[in-house]
Design a protein around this ligand. Structure first.
Ligand SMILES: [Zn+2]
Length: 622
């Protein structure tokens, strides 16, 4: 999802280390699905009549006597949890506000279940808001596969949030969260989260979907179109009597955990074959506000793909579709729905952000309700990196920045100082305010990576990010899994960093107390400990660089592109409020000492980071 477009440009060219590692594959079971769906879509009623066959494999060691499905469209009914939450939260999403409460019957959404069987036998079920609770007549044993057969009718609501009909830009159908979808069951149990606002978690598997629409509609979707010859045929050449009234689009997608589609009679399509054989498709409504920028999109995104593939791991699917639709930007497997009437920088920004989710949500797939920041935050981090790269290639306007994450570091600090921050570990729907969710998930999630990069150095960090992708792809990693990867990449203990930065809202503040002789005396003022980078500039202009590791790291970073040629001094035990070391330079020869000259450390008070301390303004005049 796209939270807000920040001015995102800037970073040093990363060093790509060439290394060959065998990535150990962790053992963790996960469920598997295979959906076969046949959808008959009625544009007069805005309803999809569907048949769904779901082959469900229980790879868990547990016997399941119930299962749950998401029925997301039921959120778009007055007094749903999404509606009440939106009307009672202090800072509602303006796209939702009180709009759900005001929907007339025909404009509401629903997913009704007409029939449901497991292995040919009826099951007992009950719809509870956005969740279908199913009590099984026979349990699903460990390591067995069952088949659910369902008939359903879904009414597409007026577009309120993400999916729906008649978007502001005039896209007729944005079909996200549109079919009954099995909830995930994993080593942490069932995740039958009601649809209140956000974040999705699905089971990987294969989708085979047939969608029948009036023949003047163009359908864009997750997956690979199987019958190009039939739906791509130019029927307008035929006499009207010979033109088919309806066409069936047939899509297949493998190893995805969701399926999105969109339909509009005005869609035009650009197909772009990239040099590595991945295909980019762009679907948009031509017009003054779209055509020029959308025509530029494929080549720019090809460069983005190449950069991301090298740095964050190879995109594993054969196609990707940028589809005009939805209400901002929202990620799905092999596709995104984005609003399209944007400036070029904004269009590329949202496209890069949603594409980046292909790595952190579609391939890594952490449980987003619990670990939203591992998706949105990591995506934001990579987006700023990629946008800065595109600026350096002059593919988009903007200013190249040595470090494109500094703005996010400062944004996080400002919000932490407001007193409204909530811990990163908060469930996505359960933050007190939407703003606190946004800052935690997107900004602090990005800053999590930037702090880690500061702690372990950017060489180990880049190595770790690639190793993370290769080790945990298609396995739903949790925060601990990620931190273990970074521990292995750096040789340092990092659990303390995760505990502080994820589970608490403790903040960072260090200060330089004074210099006594050649001894530098420092104090930890904030509650969160961190290792420190220090520079000492002598009056003759010479500079010395020091790194103070925390004792509990059991080591120090080895190299750091941003802060090189440093000397590691003795460890700082976190329990000790003060710390000192001998710099070898008498204070009389010192021009300036500074904590974190690269400004990466999320230190909330930078005024006490230098010595001699900057005088208050009045004194500075003297
Ligand atoms: Zn996002």
């Amino acid at each position: 999802m796209y939270f807000s477009f920040k001015n995102v440009l800037g970073i040093l060219l990363p060093i790509f280390l060439s290394f060959h590692t065998a990535w150990a594959q962790p053992e963790r079971w996960q469920q598997a699905v295979k959906y076969t769906m046949d959808i008959d879509f009625d544009i007069k009623k805005h309803q999809a009549k569907g048949k769904q066959i779901l082959e469900y494999t229980n790879n868990s060691p547990d016997t399941l006597d119930k299962v749950f499905y998401h029925l997301y469209f039921n959120a778009f009914q007055p007094n749903s949890m999404m509606d009440v939450r939106s009307r009672t939260i202090k800072d509602p999403d303006p796209r939702v506000g009180d709009r759900i409460m005001k929907l007339s019957k025909g404009d509401q959404g629903f997913q009704n279940i007409e029939s449901l069987q497991m292995n040919g036998r009826k099951v007992v079920y009950e719809i509870v808001g956005t969740i279908l609770e199913v009590r099984l007549s026979e349990p699903i044993l460990p390591k067995t596969k069952v088949t659910f057969e369902m008939e359903f009718v879904a009414q597409v609501p007026l577009q309120i949030r993400r999916s729906g009909r008649f978007s502001k830009e005039g896209i007729e159908y944005s079909m996200a969260q549109w079919y009954p979808k099995m909830c995930n069951y994993d080593y942490q149990g069932w995740h039958s989260n009601p649809y209140v606002g956000r974040e999705f978690y699905g089971i990987w598997g294969d989708f085979d979907v047939k969608i029948t629409v009036p023949s003047d509609y163009v359908v864009a979707a997750t997956g690979i179109l199987q019958n190009k010859d039939i739906v791509g045929y130019s029927y307008s050449q035929l006499e009207p009597a010979y033109r088919p009234k309806r066409l069936t689009y047939h899509f297949k997608a493998e190893n995805v955990h969701d399926f999105v589609w969109a339909a509009d009679p005005d869609y035009t399509q650009i197909v772009h074959q990239m040099s590595d054989s991945t295909k980019i498709r762009c679907f948009f409504q031509p017009g003054e506000k779209t055509t020029e920028n959308w025509n530029k999109l494929p080549l720019i995104m090809e460069e983005a793909f190449h950069y991301i593939n090298k740095k964050y791991g190879q995109y594993p699917f054969k196609e990707y579709a940028f589809i005009q639709g939805g209400d901002g930007g929202m990620e799905y497997p092999m596709a995104t729905l984005i609003t399209g009437e944007r400036s070029l920088v904004s269009l590329v920004g949202v496209s890069v952000h949603e594409l980046m989710h292909s790595w952190f949500q579609m391939v890594l797939g952490s449980n987003e309700a619990l670990y939203h920041w591992m998706d949105e935050g990591f995506t934001s981090f990579a987006t700023n990196d990629v946008m800065n790269h595109l600026v350096s290639k002059k593919l988009i306007p903007g200013t190249y920045e040595d470090n494109p994450h500094i703005k996010s570091v400062n944004g996080y600090i400002n919000f932490a100082l407001s007193g409204n921050e909530e811990p990163l570990i908060t469930h996505a729907d359960h933050f007190i305010t939407n703003t606190a969710y946004g800052v935690a998930s997107y900004t602090k999630g990005e800053v999590f990576l930037e702090q880690l990069r500061y702690i372990i150095g950017d060489q180990a960090f880049n190595k770790g990010m690639l190793s993370y992708f290769h080790t945990w792809k298609f396995k739903h990693p949790n925060p601990n899994d990620f931190v273990r990867i970074m521990e292995k990449a750096s040789g340092l203990e990092l659990d303390w960093f995760k505990e502080y930065f994820v589970n608490t809202t403790h903040t960072i503040d260090y200060q330089i107390e004074e210099m006594r002789g050649d001894e530098l005396i420092l104090r930890r003022v904030g509650n969160m400990p961190m290792p420190l980078d220090i520079t000492l500039t002598k009056k003759n202009g010479e500079r010395l660089y020091f790194n103070i590791p925390l004792e509990m790291m059991r080591g120090a970073k080895k190299g750091d592109f941003f802060f090189n040629n440093f000397k590691v001094v003795k460890d700082w035990p976190w329990t000790h409020p003060t710390y000192s070391f001998k710099t070898g330079v008498n204070f009389r020869d010192v021009d300036k000492v500074e904590i974190d000259p690269t400004k990466r450390l999320a230190d909330k008070d930078k005024t006490n980071n230098v010595w001699p301390r900057l005088m208050p303004e009045k004194g500075a005049d003297k």
